[in-house]
Design a protein around this ligand. Structure first.
Ligand SMILES: Nc1ncnc2c1ncn2[C@@H]1O[C@H](COP(=O)(O)OP(=O)(O)OP(=O)(O)O)[C@@H](O)[C@H]1O
Ligand SMILES: [Mg+2]
Length: 350
């Protein structure tokens, strides 16, 4: 080895130590009899070991299966992967055991790398649920259309009255699929930040009026009383009036849907400092706190068994995103049987 080769080789250990000290990946070096010889800072923070190294592997990771996996890597001379919720039940760690073979051909160490894959796993679950939900929502109308077409083909076509009724039903199912796809596209635009607001001076009273006019027939059908309570002389807010109307349509539509006959839905707007607080309050079925924490998730619906109301569970996800685009936050307060109160604030126009 020439002197220059030597000087190039020497810093290697030092390089590795610097890397191990700074990387977010946990690294353990395990020697024979499963003694941990080195533990980098990331591994310490992921595992909170009971004692300093050198120490037995069981005391460092506190999961006997990790020790078995390290044994497998030693004996089989292969890379072994293992995932575990130990030692923190709310964190999923992925352990990768890499045998390091000495010049003699014998494995002398196992290097264990540790990655926190909690978020990754959560995202995988969200994606899987999303695909399952979309497929489920599309399956119902597709099955209906399929059945209607089959019935038409096997004779119903000859009866003009029946045929026209079936075609109407096919149209309804097709429209419901188109609506679903539109909402999904809108959510994806919102989530990727591709939707821009048209912020302008907006009169909340006017938007309330438009929403209540549009939903009045639905409220009357259910014998519900819709009240508008607006502070007199309320100044305009800074908002995208079309998007604000969309948010309120979602909230008021829900309020009507989840309030039994004879109840009341109130749209309230009141000034609070430099902003206006908007509230949609109903006297309906309400929900408990753990449900309230989840209703803004895509496709989440409070399951009321056979009384399950119509809808896909996307309205509030869209509403929440739109309110957030306005720099605000949509929240709910509710109790089972005691109605729900949705609210958010918008800044006054400068
Ligand atoms: N005012 C309310 N009172 C009681 N429960 C509500 C209220 N608003 C929403 N929820 C619950 O939250 C769930 C999600 O609401 P969201 O508006 O996202 O979906 P949806 O109304 O079921 O369907 P979509 O709005 O997509 O047609 C509802 O299914 C319902 O269980
Ligand atoms: Mg809804």
């Amino acid at each position: 080895m020439s002197p220059s080769d030597k000087s190039a080789a020497l810093p290697y250990q030092d390089l590795f130590r610097q890397f191990a000290d700074k990387t977010e990946q946990g690294i353990l070096v395990v020697g024979s009899r499963r003694i941990v010889l080195a533990c980098n800072p990331a591994a310490k923070s992921l595992l909170s070991p009971e004692e300093d190294v050198p120490s037995s592997l069981n005391r460092v990771v506190r999961d006997i299966d990790v020790a078995f996996a390290v044994g497998d890597a030693f004996h089989d001379r292969r890379v072994v992967q293992y995932e575990s919720y130990a030692p923190h039940p709310d964190r999923l760690l992925r352990y990768t055991m890499i045998p390091v073979i000495a010049a003699t051909g014998e494995p002398s160490y196992v290097v264990v790398t540790i990655d926190d894959v909690t978020r990754l796993r959560h995202l995988e679950t969200v994606r899987r649920d999303f695909v399952a939900n979309v497929s489920h929502e599309l399956r119902t109308p597709i099955t209906s259309i399929n059945l209607l077409v089959e019935t038409l083909q096997t004779g119903a076509m000859r009866d003009a009255g029946v045929a026209s009724h079936f075609l109407q039903r096919i149209e309804v199912e097709t429209l419901s699929m188109m609506r679903l796809v539109e909402v999904l596209l809108e959510l994806s635009r919102l989530e990727s930040g591709r939707l821009a607001l048209q912020l302008d001076a907006t009169d909340v009273g006017e938007v309330f009026g438009a929403v209540s006019n549009r939903l009045d027939p639905a409220a009357k059908d259910k014998g519900l009383h819709v009240r508008l309570v607006i502070d007199p002389g309320l100044p305009p807010v800074q908002a995208d009036s079309e998007r604000l109307e969309q948010v309120l349509m979602n909230l008021v539509h829900n309020a009507i849907k989840f309030t039994p006959e004879g109840g009341e839905v109130t749209l309230r707007a009141a000034r609070q400092g430099r902003s206006v607080v908007l509230e949609i309050v109903d006297t309906g079925v309400g929900m408990d706190p753990h449900e309230a924490a989840r209703i803004f998730e895509r496709f989440y619906k409070v399951d009321k068994g056979r009384n399950r109301a119509e809808g896909t569970g996307l309205g509030l996800a869209v509403a929440r995103h739109l309110v957030e685009l306005h720099g605000s936050r949509l929240t709910v307060v509710s109790e089972p049987g005691r109605g729900a109160r949705f609210s958010f604030a918008l800044p006054l126009m400068q």
